[in-house]
Design a protein around this ligand. Structure first.
Ligand SMILES: Cc1cc2nc3c(=O)[nH]c(=O)nc-3n(C[C@H](O)[C@H](O)[C@H](O)COP(=O)(O)OP(=O)(O)OC[C@H]3O[C@@H](n4cnc5c(N)ncnc54)[C@H](O)[C@@H]3O)c2cc1C
Length: 380
């Protein structure tokens, strides 16, 4: 009997896993004993970290796109379609045209979505670089912005890449300085809790840099509404900030079908944080942003988790005990300006300790972004 593995989501986690399985299960795939299908709702694989550089005119959106069928091994069946429903009892998926597909092993790698509608006025008043279209629109605004109040408000937590809001204000500070405009531009950063980042070690490292660079900070700022006409953002705590340019990290959610399938709340799948198995159904894994493991929603996490799920699935298919587990490993380069960066690496047991910023780490981040396309193919 053929073992059918279906991966939903062809972003970082899903693509790395598909290529991992093509390599690991090559004999079984060749013999027709295993089928691996990767379902994605668009023909391109999108590498989101490129969007951080788009508003500063340093990258084009096309730099973050590759055709999925060129990125994924030929042994994997790539289906461009949207999954609309999961029946974990019948082990069946339904697609938007009403057709269905059965699976023996399901992996959800459906990522995060943005939900700006949660905050009145946000869609009309705020810009973002957390979507391709947002990054392009922000580029137009930022290039024309030569004076006034720039507010970066982190609204949604958890959100993708927890370091990216810090990176944006550090880069903006440097970018305006290099262009002789910094004295005319006020930069304010808001964060929902009492510090500037969810992780206390990163917050402790980042705050003195913000002070040194004259980046204003408003903590305990949970955005409640945006008034685009007045150019004002208000928090639940009663603070109001005037802005000329508002950049936000909008509220995030997972995908609806997760909740409808009873796999977790707000579109995120509840998993065992070590095995990545869904808590509410058998033979279902989740990895990357959609899995609630308590670590950041980051591509590096999705990548490491794909290796663990690949090993576990291969063991299971071969009738052996699955022993691989995820230890929380996360790594991240953090831009601290236009040509300097820091680096953090941590896991469930060991907290982050940001490296001193250097140009070498900045070049390492750019090199990583270039080599990503080899990583996604499973070659690095
Ligand atoms: C501006 C920015 C900068 C970032 N920088 C970094 C960084 O420096 N380092 C880092 O590690 N991470 C970074 N990230 C985060 C990283 O991009 C994400 O964490 C990563 O993409 C998550 O991978 P994933 O596989 O879980 O989801 P994704 O890569 O988002 O892929 C999910 C895929 O599933 C598809 N999908 C969803 N629902 C369905 C459905 N029902 N049917 C079919 N297909 C579906 C989606 O269209 C998408 O293709 C950044 C993110 C942003 C926005």
């Amino acid at each position: 009997m053929t073992d059918r593995v279906v991966i939903v989501g062809g972003g970082t986690g899903g693509s790395v896993l598909a290529n991992d399985l093509a390599d690991r299960l090559e004999p079984e795939l060749d013999a027709g004993d295993v089928e691996v299908t990767l379902v994605n709702d668009g023909p391109d694989h999108v590498y989101k970290p490129v969007w951080l550089y788009v508003p500063f005119g340093q990258r084009e959106p096309a730099d973050g796109r590759r055709r999925l069928d060129e990125l994924v091994d030929d042994a994997v069946d790539v289906r461009i379609d949207r999954v609309t429903d999961i029946d974990t009892e019948a082990k069946r998926l339904r697609f938007r045209d009403g057709s269905s597909m059965e699976y023996d092993h399901l992996v959800l790698a459906t990522g995060s979505t943005l939900d700006p509608e949660q905050i009145p006025g946000l869609a009309a008043g705020g810009h973002d670089y957390y979507s391709e279209s947002g990054a392009v629109a922000l580029r137009e605004e930022l290039l024309a912005f030569t004076e006034g109040e720039l507010v970066l408000s982190v609204i949604g937590t958890p959100h993708m890449c927890p370091a990216a809001p810090l990176e944006f204000v550090f880069m903006a500070d440097d970018w305006f300085r290099q262009r002789g405009l910094r004295e005319d531009v006020e930069i304010t950063y808001t964060y929902p809790i009492q510090r500037v980042h969810g992780n206390p070690h990163i917050a402790e490292w980042a705050k003195p840099i913000m002070d040194e660079r004259d980046i204003n900070v408003e903590t305990f700022f949970n955005a409640e509404s945006v008034d685009p006409d007045a150019g004002r953002i208000a928090s639940m705590e009663g603070t109001e900030l005037d802005y000329d340019l508002l950049v936000t990290i909008p509220p995030h959610a997972g995908v609806d079908l997760v909740e409808e399938a009873g796999l977790g709340d707000d579109g995120w799948v509840d998993v065992d944080k070590h095995t990545l198995e869904a808590e509410a159904a058998d033979d279902v894994y989740a990895l990357g942003d959609v899995a609630t493991t308590g670590v950041p929603k980051a591509g590096s996490v999705a990548h490491y988790q794909a290796g663990v799920v690949g090993q576990r699935l291969a063991s299971d298919i071969r009738g052996r005990p699955a022993t691989a587990t995820y230890d929380g490993k996360t790594l991240c380069f953090i831009e601290t300006g236009m040509d300097a960066a820091s680096f953090v690496e941590f896991d469930y047991e060991n907290p982050p300790s940001p490296a001193p910023p250097s140009q070498k780490l900045h070049w390492s981040k750019l090199a990583y972004n270039e080599s990503y396309w080899l990583t996604a193919r499973g070659l690095l």
